[in-house]
Design a protein around this ligand. Structure first.
Ligand code: WT7
Length: 649
C-alpha cells in the first residue's frame, strides 16, 4: 500500500487516562447495554435490524443485508422526507423542527407542520419546472432554511440532491454538475462570509454559460432583494414558485432502500473530485440509529451541530439523522469559529440546547478566545458533546469538557468520512469509558483492522493503515457496486471485501482506535479535506511553474494551513507574480476555501534518488521541525533555501 508511510505519533496528542461517563448521563442514556458489541457480532447482520426499525417503511425489507448484492434492507421501500416530516405530524406538528440563526442576527423558526408544508410546496414547484424521479438537482446555498427544505423536497420526489459547498468556484460547481448530468440548480443570490456579502448569481450565470446542457435555475433570495425572471427562459424565483404552489401536497415517492438519496463530492486521491452516492434506506437507518445511540438524541431534544450543510456532517447530522428522530434542529449560518465570540454560547443558552456537536478546529478557536466567553452563559442544558473531522488532542478534549460540558457531559469523538455516511468508530456514551485523544472502539456491528503495507494486521499500539472489514448500513452505493476505492498497489486480493479508509491509526490493547491522520493523497487541513493531486495539477497550470507539492502544516488560529510548494522553470524570477497566480488559479479552479495559506517558491523540490518528491520533508519544514538525516536525497541542498523561503513567508 502506498509508499510505505511512516506512522509518527506526537506524545502530546496520545490518549490519556480513561474517563467514566457521568452518572447523570448514564441514568437517562438511550443505549446502556454493555454487551451490545458482542450481541451485534453474534447476530451480524441481523442485529442491524434495530437501525432499520427506527424508520417508517412503506414496504418492509425482505432481509437486513444481502451478501450477494451487498445491499442493506433489500426489498424495502421508503421515502426519506416522509421519515423526516410526515411521520412526526401526529405527535409533534407544533414542535419546532428548525430554528435558524442567520449571519445578520435574523431568526426564523419552522414547526414540523410548517416545514412539511414548505417542503411539499417546493416539491410541487420542482415538479412544475420539470424535475422528475432520478434527476440530480444541484443545491448551492449557505446554511439557510431553504437548503434543508430543498434537500427534503428533492427526497420527497425521488430526485437525488447534490449540495455543493458555497466556497467552491463557478468552475468547480460546473464540473460537479457535469459529472452528475445535473441540469437543475437551486442557488441563493449570495451568502455572507465573515460579514461580507458574496454573490452567487454570477456563479450561476457562469455555470449556465459553461455547461452544454440547458440548466434550469431557481434563485433563493438571501440578500433581501427581489429577483424576477419573468422573461428569462429556465430561470425561476423560489418565492414566486412557492406562492404559485401554495397549499400543494405531493405524495412522497416510494424509493427502494438502495435507491440513491443524494450525491456528494469530496476530495479523492486523483486529480478530480470523488463522487459518493448515498442510499435511501441504509444511509437513513445508519444516521438515525447513530443519532440515537451515539449522539443520544431523543425526539423533542434541541440539537445544535456547527457543520455547514455543504459537507457530509451537515447532511447526516444536521438534516437526516436528527429530523428522522423528531428533534428540534438549530441551524446556524456561518462558521463556528467566526465572531461574535459569544454567539455559539448565546444560542446554546437561549435555546436550551441538549446536544452540541462541533469540530476540533472550532474548539481550538474557542480555546484561543478564552473560557470567559462560554463562562458568561448558562450552558447547563447540555447533556452530551461531540466532535468530528480531525483528531482532538487531550488538551482540547479537557477544555471542552470543563468549560462547555461543566464536566457533566460525555464527549463522543466520532470517526467517520464522507464515504461512510455516518459514524463508524466512537465510544457509545452510555456504555464506554472515554479516552481523550482516542476515538474509541468501532461501533457495534463494525470491524476494523490496522494493517501494514502487505495487508497483514499489525500488533496493538503499532501504527498502520485503517481498514473497515465489515459492510455497514450507511455504506455508499459505490462500495456495493464493487468500485474499489483502494490504492492500486494494495496487497489484498479482489475477492476479499474491505474498505480502505486512507487514514493511519493504531489500536490499543482495549480495542480503542487512535487516528494518526490521512496517509493517502488527501489532506485534512483543519477538518477540511483536499486532494493533493487536484491542487497540484492546478498549481502547475501557472506559467513558469514546473512542479508543485501541497502539504498541511502548522499555521495560524485554526492550527493547520495549506502549504503549496512550487518549483520554477530555469530563469523564472518573478516569484511574487507566481505566488499571486498560483493562489488565483486555485481560487478559480477549486474555490476560495482552498486558498493556500502559503505559496513557497523554490528552484527545486526535495527528491529521492528515484525522483519522487519527499512531501514529508516539506511538512516538517512547514511545521518548523528538524529534518533529521537527509543525505539520501538527490538534492539535499535545496532544503535550506526552502526553509528560509517558508520563514520569510
Ligand atoms: C477524514 C474524513 C466525517 C465528517 C467530517 C469529515 C478525518 C474525521 C475524525 C475523528 C480523527 C477524523 C479522517 C477522515 N476524521 N473524523 N473523529 N478523529 N480524524 O469528513 O471530509 O470525508 O474527511 O476526516 O482523516 O479520513 P471528510
Amino acid at each position: 500500500m502506498g509508499d510505505g508511510h511512516e506512522f509518527e505519533t506526537d506524545p502530546d496528542e496520545l490518549p490519556t487516562a480513561e474517563v467514566a461517563p457521568p452518572q447523570r448521563f448514564l441514568d437517562q442514556a438511550n443505549v446502556t447495554e454493555t454487551g451490545i458489541r458482542e450481541r451485534f457480532r453474534a447476530q451480524w447482520p441481523d442485529a442491524w435490524d434495530e437501525a432499520g426499525e427506527r424508520l417508517a417503511w412503506t414496504s418492509k425489507y425482505d432481509s437486513v443485508y444481502d451478501e450477494a448484492t451487498r445491499s442493506w434492507f433489500p426489498g424495502g421501500q421508503l421515502n426519506a422526507a416522509a421519515n423526516c416530516l410526515d411521520r412526526h405530524l401526529a405527535d409533534r406538528k407544533h414542535q419546532r423542527a428548525l430554528v435558524w440563526d442567520g449571519q445578520r442576527g435574523e431568526t426564523r423558526t419552522y414547526t414540523y407542520l410548517e416545514l412539511f408544508r414548505e417542503v411539499n410546496e417546493f416539491a410541487a414547484a420542482l415538479r412544475e419546472i420539470g424535475v422528475g424521479q432520478g434527476d440530480v438537482v444541484t443545491l448551492h446555498m449557505p446554511a439557510i432554511p431553504e437548503l434543508p427544505i430543498a434537500m427534503l423536497a428533492c427526497a420527497r420526489i425521488g430526485a437525488p440532491h447534490a449540495v455543493v459547498y458555497t466556497g467552491f468556484s463557478a468552475d468547480a460547481l460546473a464540473r460537479r454538475m457535469d459529472r452528475s448530468d445535473s441540469s437543475y440548480l437551486v442557488v441563493s443570490d449570495g451568502y455572507y462570509r465573515r460579514g461580507d456579502a458574496v454573490s452567487l448569481t454570477n456563479k450561476a450565470e457562469t455555470v449556465r454559460a459553461t455547461l452544454s446542457a440547458d440548466v434550469t435555475t431557481v434563485v433563493v433570495d438571501r440578500f433581501g432583494e427581489s429577483h424576477e425572471y419573468a422573461t428569462d427562459v429556465g430561470k425561476y424565483n423560489y418565492r414566486t414558485l412557492l406562492d404559485r404552489n401554495e397549499g400543494e401536497r405531493v405524495e412522497p415517492v416510494d424509493r427502494a432502500s438502495t435507491d440513491e438519496l443524494f450525491v456528494i463530492y469530496t476530495s479523492g486521491t486523483t486529480g478530480t473530485p470523488k463522487r459518493v452516492t448515498h442510499t435511501t434506506g441504509g444511509y437513513l437507518a445508519h444516521t438515525a440509529w447513530t443519532s440515537h445511540a451515539v449522539l443520544d438524541l431523543e425526539p423533542g431534544d434541541t440539537y445544535f451541530c456547527t457543520a455547514d450543510l455543504g459537507w457530509i456532517t451537515g447532511h447526516s447530522y444536521v438534516v437526516y439523522g436528527p429530523l428522522a428522530l423528531g428533534a428540534t434542529v438549530l441551524l446556524r449560518e456561518g462558521e463556528a469559529d467566526q465572531p461574535p465570540r459569544t454567539n455559539v454560547w448565546e444560542l446554546i443558552e437561549h435555546h436550551a440546547v441538549d446536544i452540541f456537536y462541533t469540530s476540533p478546529t472550532a474548539i481550538r478557536a474557542f480555546m484561543k478566545w478564552g473560557p470567559e466567553y462560554p463562562e458568561q452563559y448558562d450552558l447547563s442544558s447540555l447533556r452530551l458533546l461531540g466532535t468530528v473531522g480531525e483528531p482532538i488532542n487531550p488538551q482540547s478534549w479537557q477544555w471542552l469538557s470543563e468549560h462547555v460540558g461543566n464536566e457533566t457531559c460525555p464527549i463522543v469523538d466520532t470517526w467517520w468520512q464522507t464515504e461512510t455516511g455516518g459514524h463508524l468508530i466512537t465510544t457509545l456514551p452510555g456504555v464506554d469509558r472515554m479516552k481523550p485523544g482516542a476515538v474509541g472502539p468501532p461501533l457495534p456491528g463494525i470491524d476494523v483492522t490496522v494493517v501494514d503495507e502487505d495487508g497483514q494486521s499489525v500488533d496493538a499500539n503499532t501504527g498502520g493503515y485503517l481498514v473497515v472489514d465489515t459492510p455497514w448500513p450507511g455504506m455508499p452505493r459505490e462500495l456495493s457496486e464493487g468500485v474499489r476505492w483502494a490504492a492500486p498497489d494494495d496487497a489484498r486480493p479482489d475477492s476479499e471485501w474491505a474498505y480502505r479508509t486512507g487514514d493511519g491509526a493504531f489500536v490499543d490493547e482495549d480495542g480503542y482506535v487512535t487516528i494518526l491522520g490521512r496517509v493517502d493523497d488527501v489532506l485534512n487541513v483543519s477538518g477540511r479535506r483536499f486532494g493533493t493531486r487536484e491542487l497540484e495539477s492546478t498549481a502547475v497550470t501557472v506559467d513558469g511553474v514546473t512542479e508543485a507539492a501541497v502539504v498541511s502544516g502548522a499555521y495560524g488560529d485554526r492550527g493547520h494551513g495549506l502549504y503549496v510548494y512550487v518549483s520554477l522553470e530555469d530563469g523564472t524570477q518573478e516569484s511574487e507574480r507566481i505566488r499571486a497566480e498560483v493562489t488565483a488559479a486555485i481560487e478559480q479552479t477549486i474555490g476560495t476555501f482552498a486558498r493556500p495559506d502559503a505559496v513557497i517558491v523554490s528552484p527545486e523540490l526535495p527528491k529521492t534518488s528515484s525522483g519522487k518528491i519527499v512531501r514529508r520533508l516539506l511538512t516538517d519544514i512547514a511545521n518548523g521541525e528538524s529534518l533529521g538525516d537527509t543525505s539520501a536525497l538527490r538534492n539535499p541542498e535545496v532544503l535550506g533555501e526552502i526553509r528560509s523561503a517558508v520563514q520569510q513567508d
